[in-house]
Design a protein around this ligand. Structure first.
Ligand code: URA
Length: 299
């Protein structure tokens, strides 16, 4: 499938087909897998504000409690900018399957296997978040996945169910993944992703995690990355991005290029909860997914 066809299919999967000219929207194939040669929308064309399709509307008017943190994303730029020419023209150079360095943590964490790591995370009492959590949220997906998705921290639903991204933002994430031919459901490692958060326990009232909590928890993520050895990490939302990349730069300044986390290519994008409330930025998220696909594929 060529890039334009993928784009069209992805726009449809992400619920933003309304932004397409009617002809192109009608031509959008039912799924990324079905995409053939469809007409690409004009990226420079002004986009009329449109109501969110019902399928991606949050269930109630206010920000969902579990998604509250992500509302603090930087405000969207208006009007949306076209994709930079260099991104349209040439995909980034293929990264080789990364060789992740051995964890510089000392202690047993650096050599833990999956079972030991799961058990250690489940019993973790390294910071105060253990007092209020129902359970830890370790992560889910293929243990050798090509793709790792990294979010911020569990919210209420995740704390209840023990799985990351199961609220409304998780639904959008699943749609985005589907558009890219990926899923959290069982499948081969090039199709099934691994989803994890920087923080494994829900912060009370969904407050932002504190630096000390991140410092205690991030080694678990690092060990997960070492064990998975993904070809690509998709970092979602300001908090995850800034934690992984050790920067305070806003997402808008970090998007569109390939960063590294312990040798693994990282693509920066918006948090799904933010996208639910800032629909125009879905087009940018689509561009980020395209860059991630190209990078993972080594195109
Ligand atoms: N937001 C996140 O960043 N992670 C989750 O698991 C849920 C919501």
């Amino acid at each position: 499938m060529d890039r334009d066809a993928r784009r069209l299919a992805m726009l449809r999967e992400m619920g933003i087909r309304l932004w397409l000219p009617p002809q192109a929207a009608a031509a959008a194939p039912a799924s990324a897998a079905d995409a053939g040669t469809a007409v690409l929308e004009d990226e420079a064309a002004p986009r009329a504000p449109v109501p969110a399709p019902a399928s991606i509307q949050p269930p109630h008017a206010g920000p969902p409690r579990t998604e509250a943190r992500a509302q603090a994303e930087p405000p969207p730029l208006r009007p949306p900018q076209p994709v930079p020419a260099e991104l349209r023209r040439a995909p980034p150079v293929a990264p080789p399957a990364p060789a992740v360095p051995v964890t510089q943590l000392g202690g047993p964490l650096a050599t833990m296997d999956w079972a030991e790591l799961r058990e250690t995370v489940a019993g973790c009492r390294a910071c105060g978040l253990c007092e209020s959590r129902r359970q830890t949220v370790f992560g889910v997906g293929h243990e050798q996945a090509d793709w790792m998705i990294v979010g911020e921290a569990p919210g209420e639903q995740e704390d209840l169910r023990g799985e990351p991204f199961v609220g409304p933002s998780g639904e959008l994430l699943d749609n985005m993944l589907r558009a890219a031919g990926l899923s959290r459901q069982p499948g081969p490692p090039d199709k099934q992703v691994f989803i994890a958060n920087v923080i494994k326990c829900r912060p009370p009232h969904n407050r932002n995690p504190e630096p000390a909590e991140v410092a205690q928890c991030e080694p678990y993520l690092l060990r997960q990355v070492e064990l998975v050895r993904p070809r690509i990490i998709l970092a979602m939302g300001r908090f995850a991005v800034q934690s992984l990349l050790r920067t305070s730069e806003p997402i808008g300044k970090l998007r569109g290029r390939v960063h590294r986390y312990h040798g693994v290519p990282v693509i920066v994008t918006y948090h799904p909860a933010y996208l639910l409330r800032n629909l125009p930025d879905k087009a940018r998220a689509w561009d980020d997914l395209c860059l991630a696909m190209d990078t993972a594929r080594g195109a």
